[in-house]
Design a protein around this ligand. Structure first.
Ligand code: F6R
Length: 618
């Protein structure tokens, strides 16, 4: 939920740390701070606000030119409001130790009270300041080195953390540790330098070699030496597994677009191809997915499929429900991970649980997976971030291969998740014989055409912009869809509210008359998905009902539509495809619409208020 960067080596640390923070800002952006060590003193700058606010402060500091060791933090507040004092890094009581932390220490209050009785004082309201003082106290009591003190202290805390700690009295090392929050170490082999970050993006231009710590592991990073990785609980040494990064600098830059969100919307044709590349061989009529192939019996014999996810991924899960039930004739339940994990759900070893998560770090989804595993269910992950916690925690899985998604509002994650779910549903339907051979082949052929259809849709951007300009000042909006496009209505509403702060609701079109119809007047824009095969006549009746109450209708229809065009105030046409595949198309104009409205309202599209890209807290 927060972003951590650090550097120890021979280069100037400041530019590496500050640029790293800019790349990690998607993780949290309510306050930011840096610590730079000039060889003698630690210099601290921190502030409420964004990394750019921090830079205004650090621009005046001479330490920017000095020092080869530094660490930085961009925060999404948990304990203590966002203000200068609560921002990280935090010093220990003596001022010798400094820490940056991502996560939550749940028993911080008990530890804090104990430390107060030992004479410690606290400047901030954070759990992080408690942790750095606990480490200092252990170091004092045990008379040990920093690494050992960190290890002992961490056995006493309950919660989640990714931390980096530095001791100015032993300024040749940084200690990092992880439980529940990610941390990567970039290994600059030739120069004996090291980078620390919540993900690899801050150091991608310096090294392709990275070590990802596992839960309950810590690393002692010594300048010019090899990284030593240990288990926190039993202090045993672990082989430091150096992986070669596939990420490129280009992938994490805006590439000429004004915002990451717009870039990611436009990347969807390629992202969808990358998702099915090597898996779907349309001409041969084959879908190969190792994670499914190796466990096909489990899928075939499942009493039901339970999909767990949050937010946009949950909406993709709802599309999955329609796909699996329609094609593979298996009962599906789609659960908010946050509800599922706490309501004592009935799960049996005959259930297959599919966990969907772009980041692979969402705390509630991770907890739901652990619960399902403890009840004996087979758990399959659909993640975007390779090597993420959820990808590691699940029994098997399929990556979406969408590439890094940096805009906080999910776009290409959604369409690629639906692509993976479509492939699994089709594969299962074929294996079970619930879909005829000809229908299976037809779907593969139609799926192959989707990227070019998305490309074509992206070209109507100007039209969508025009519609956005008409409705940008609306106070409330309604999104309606049926069948496969009901989840798209939910997703359209979520996109609008999260980046433009306009209140929006998604509803199944037919439910409108059971309540939301009362909201309709001439000021209410209503986005209706009315594709030609999806209960078309019924949706047309819903549109008539809206019209007769003076609501403004923006309809998403199939190319060549005549009926809705006559009634609606605006229509956006999507290319024709099978109904089950329409969510991959209908969602595109809704993403563009939210984007343009947010830009017109001068909102921060990529970093909407109060949100963060990966929600690693409950
Ligand atoms: C909305 C959005 C969030 C995420 C949700 C789950 O645009 O991005 O609703 O979908 O926080 O995140 P993941 O998919 O990373 O588990």
């Amino acid at each position: 939920m927060c972003g951590i960067t650090g550097y120890i080596g021979h280069r100037k640390a400041y530019p590496i740390v500050i640029n790293g923070l800019k790349r990690l800002e998607y993780r949290g952006y309510d306050s930011a701070g840096v610590m730079m060590f000039d060889g003698d003193q630690m210099h601290l700058s921190k502030t409420k606000g964004k990394v750019s606010d921090l830079e205004e402060i650090t621009n005046k500091e001479t330490y920017r030119q000095e020092g080869n060791i530094g660490m930085g933090h961009t925060r999404w507040a948990t304990h203590g409001v966002p203000n200068d004092i609560n921002s990280h890094p935090h010093f220990s009581e003596s001022g010798d130790l400094v820490i940056v932390h991502n996560g939550i220490i749940e028993n911080y209050d008990t530890i804090k009270k104990e430390l107060i009785t030992r004479g410690y004082t606290f400047q901030s309201d954070t759990d992080t300041e408690v942790l750095v003082n606990l480490i200092e106290e252990v170091k004092k009591q045990e008379g040990c080195k920093l690494g050992k003190a960190v290890q002992i202290a961490l056995t006493q805390v309950i919660g989640a953390y990714a931390i980096a700690v530095f001791d100015k009295t032993k300024p040749n090392e940084i200690i990092v540790a992880r439980l529940g929050s990610p941390i990567a170490i970039g290994v600059g082999k030739d120069l004996g330098e090291f980078f620390v970050a919540s993900d690899a993006s801050p150091f991608i231009e310096f090294t392709k070699d990275a070590i990802y710590l596992e839960d309950e592991e810590m690393a002692i990073i010594k300048l010019g030496k090899e990284v030593k990785v240990r288990k926190i609980m039993d202090d045993s040494l672990v082989d430091a597994n150096i992986q070669e990064l596939q990420l490129s600098l280009e992938q994490i830059e805006k590439g000429g677009y004004d915002h990451f969100m717009l870039k990611e919307i436009h990347e969807q044709p390629k992202a969808i191809i990358d998702t099915y590349r090597g898996r779907m061989l349309a001409d041969e009529g084959i879908i190969k997915m190792a994670g499914v192939d190796d466990n096909i019996e489990k899928f075939m014999n499942a009493d039901r499929i339970i999909i767990v996810a949050c937010g946009t991924s949950w909406h993709a899960g709802l599309v999955g429900e329609y796909l699996f039930e329609d094609m593979a004739r298996v009962p599906v339940e789609v659960e908010y991970a946050s509800e599922f994990r706490y309501r004592n759900p009935i799960i049996t070893p005959k259930d297959v649980v599919i966990a969907i998560s772009q980041s692979g770090e969402t705390a509630d989804t991770l907890a739901a997976i652990k619960l399902a595993k403890s009840k004996g269910a087979f758990v399959f992950g659909v993640c975007n971030v390779v090597g993420s916690s959820i990808a590691r925690e699940t029994h098997a899985g399929a990556y979406t291969h969408a590439g890094p998604e940096i805009g906080v509002a999910s776009t290409k994650a959604f369409t690629t998740q639906i692509t993976v779910l479509s492939l699994i549903a089709l594969k299962l339907a074929k294996a079970k014989g619930t879909l005829s051979n000809s229908a299976f082949h037809m779907y593969l052929q139609k799926m192959q055409l989707i990227p070019s259809k998305v490309e074509k849709l992206l070209q109507i951007d100007n039209k969508v912009k025009e519609i956005a300009s008409v409705y940008k000042d609306a106070k409330n909006c309604l999104y309606l869809g049926r069948g496969f496009n009901f989840p798209v209505a939910l997703e359209g509403a979520l996109k609008l509210k999260e980046i433009s702060y306009i209140h929006a609701e998604g509803y199944p079109a037919a439910e409108m008359k059971h309540g939301p119809i009362a909201l309709i007047d001439e000021n209410m824009p209503i986005f209706v998905i009315a594709t030609n095969k999806g209960h078309y006549e019924k949706v047309v009746s819903n549109i008539q009902e809206i019209k007769s109450r003076s609501g403004k209708i923006i309809a998403i229809v199939t190319e060549g539509d005549v009926t809705v065009k006559e009634i609606a105030d605006h229509v956006i046409e999507i290319p024709d495809t099978e109904e089950a595949l329409t969510p991959l198309l209908t969602t595109i104009p809704l993403q563009l619409l939210s984007y343009h409205i947010a830009v017109m309202l001068d909102k921060n599209v990529d970093q909407p208020r109060n949100l963060a890209k990966s929600v690693t807290v409950e």
